[in-house]
Design a protein around this ligand. Structure first.
Ligand code: ADE
Length: 238
């Protein structure tokens, strides 16, 4: 994506981890350079009662509490979520993949609802949410972490955030995992850097790295390996 900044709006009951993430490292630089804008909205500011209650027991019984619809709807309305692509990170969503991230990268703005407790009232999902996305088959207690995983996976693809060569050679980009990396010293606890990397022979290095990627993918992710194999065999036949 190029042009104006991409904006992330996160709705949360716990703004601290979000504020500190946007103030750190590569993200802080992207914000400073005007490549990324963000808004962090505290859902509790939109609670209706004096106790600023945001959760309640589930209808039908069961464990845990549910994030109430009214404060969340008021917070979403305050940021204009109706007109913006709105994402709810939840273990009950579709898996976050490179394709989903590419789709999010094409948006000018994303709203992310960072839930807590057992979940949010289903009517919020029905009325506001465009995508329910899971970051993996496990349950986190903090929707903020899942929301920030999505932000991180998206913003690093924006023009000017990370060198494009780094993005080209990393895992998943062409369906294979990344090759191993080494830096100085040449010998560490009797383990040496593979000779080919010291050879200065670019083509040999390229071939070695490709072999490493294929072998690592076969060992770690047989599912990705099989898919890659099918694609390359298909290409060979063309
Ligand atoms: N919230 C809690 N667990 C999650 C997960 N696995 N993916 C996305 N959001 C979550």
């Amino acid at each position: 994506m190029s042009g104006s900044a991409m904006r992330f709006t996160l709705l949360t009951l716990f703004p601290e981890p979000i504020e500190s993430y946007f103030a750190s490292s590569i993200m802080a630089r992207a914000v400073e350079k005007g490549l990324v804008e963000y808004r962090c909205v505290n859902i509790r500011d939109f609670a209706l009662d004096t106790h600023r209650t945001c959760d309640d027991a589930p209808y039908g019984g069961g464990a845990g509490m549910v994030l109430k619809a009214e404060p969340l709807a008021a917070a979403l309305d305050s940021v204009g979520a109706g007109e913006i692509h709105t994402v709810y990170p939840t273990p009950a969503g579709r898996p976050l993949t490179t394709e989903v991230i590419d789709r999010f990268c094409a948006q000018q703005e994303l709203v992310l609802i960072c839930g807590r407790y057992e979940g949010i009232d289903q009517r919020i999902i029905d009325l506001y949410v465009d995508d329910e996305v899971s970051i993996g088959d496990y349950v986190l207690s903090s929707g903020e972490l899942a929301g920030l995983v999505i932000v991180d996976a998206v913003y690093r693809h924006l023009d000017g955030v990370i060198a494009s060569e780094s993005l080209e050679e990393e895992s998943f980009q062409d369906g294979l995992l990344e090759y191993p990396h080494y830096t100085r010293p040449e010998v560490f606890r009797s383990r040496t850097v593979p000779e080919v990397l010291l050879s200065g022979h670019h083509e040999r290095i390229r071939n070695w790295r490709m072999q490493q990627r294929i072998e690592k993918t076969r060992r770690m992710r047989p599912d990705l390996y099989e898919a890659w194999l099918k694609r390359t065999e298909g290409k060979d036949k063309e």
